[in-house]
Design a protein. Structure first.
Length: 350
């Protein structure tokens, strides 16, 4: 069974493993999504994460499909009060199909309110426990694209954090959202949000959802300290580095039905140095008689600044294996080996 950990200062407790859902609507059917939800719930998982942009890869014809699948499950099972439900509003991008007027998404009041109302309708609920900004509306490094890559909209525009947080204050005051979070955020961005909350009386950020795994431990520098000092923890996504840490893509392998085989979206984890780093972690798993996926997920969940590790699966067998990581201990011996490998290989896939 998973642990239950505080979600920031919200008073809510969430399972140390959260159920990610972005495959539902493309790789997984509604029935398969419902089966995963039932299985996870029975295993003690109370935290479900989704987004208005899901399923992934993002497409106009499947946008919102994941939220609809969760919504039909909530309607049929009647478990809303026993679930911590999180979704996200998209930042700037060329996904003009997300807004009714065909404009590029913006993190302002009009767009946030439109996105939230649409998500609530698909999810068949009248509130969200956690509403997250999927990525910032300013020029920051995003999704492994370099130190100062242009924002997703590509036009260099920004919506001031003050404007965004004031809009979030409105939806919290309305009762449609209980708490707010960030995603793909930097230390500067988080500190700015916290400062404005303190000085303006606006809602306080409860969590940050960033990528964190054995190939990308950059969260430890700058952001991890916020957990101890400000009680803002990490919701760690991509603990398996999009499956690369299982070893299934080594030497250019492309197993039938695997995500990168289907969609070729793994460029973040195909950079120079990643293959040798993966080899090192596969060797550690073998030496301690552990499944590589379980080693990778258990390591992330064991970090003191991690509130919850977001796992995703396309089958109940994968889900069972991921859930079993709750019982995998990262011993001092394992941690020493991992740290030695990290010293040699660093963060090849930030």
């Amino acid at each position: 069974m998973p642990e239950y950990r505080p979600l920031g200062r919200t008073g809510l407790s969430v399972s140390s493993i959260a159920l990610g859902t972005m495959t539902w609507g493309q790789q997984n059917t509604e029935a398969e999504g419902h089966a995963q939800l039932d299985h996870a719930f029975d295993a003690g998982i109370n935290f479900i994460d989704t987004a208005e942009s899901y399923s992934i890869p993002p497409r106009a014809e499947t946008q919102g499909s994941t939220e609809r699948i969760i919504g039909s499950w909530l309607r049929s099972r009647g478990r809303r009060d026993r679930i911590i439900l999180a979704s996200k509003v998209a930042g700037p991008s060329d996904r003009n199909y997300l807004r009714k007027d065909g404009s590029s998404p913006r993190l302002n009041a009009a767009h946030i309110n439109e996105a939230l109302d649409a998500s609530l309708k698909r999810l068949q609920t009248d509130y969200l426990d956690l509403y997250q900004l999927h990525w910032p509306h300013r020029t920051v490094p995003l999704f492994g694209n370099g130190s100062h890559a242009p924002n997703r909209g590509g036009d260099g525009s920004e919506v001031p954090i003050e404007e965004t947080l004031e809009a979030l204050d409105g939806i919290v005051s309305s009762g449609k959202v209980r708490h707010i979070g960030l995603s793909n955020e930097t230390a500067w961005g988080l500190s700015r949000f916290l400062h404005l909350s303190e000085t303006r009386g606006w809602p306080r950020v409860a969590s940050v959802q960033n990528a964190y795994n054995l190939l990308n431990r950059t969260y430890e520098t700058g952001l991890a300290e916020f957990h101890e000092r400000e009680q803002v923890g990490l919701l760690a996504y991509s603990p398996l580095a999009q499956g690369f840490l299982t070893g299934k893509y080594q030497r250019g392998a492309r197993p039938p039905g695997a995500r990168t085989t289907l969609f070729e979206r793994g460029q973040r984890y195909q950079k120079p140095g990643t293959e040798s780093a993966i080899d090192a972690y596969l060797a550690i798993a073998a030496d301690f008689d552990l499944d590589p996926a379980q080693l990778a997920i258990a390591y992330v969940t064991s970090r003191p600044f991690v509130t919850s590790t977001i796992i995703g699966a396309t089958s109940l067998e994968q889900l069972d294996s991921d859930l079993a990581t709750a019982d995998v201990a990262i011993t001092p011996e394992i941690e020493a080996r991992i740290d030695a490998a990290h010293q040699l290989h660093g963060n090849p896939a930030p």
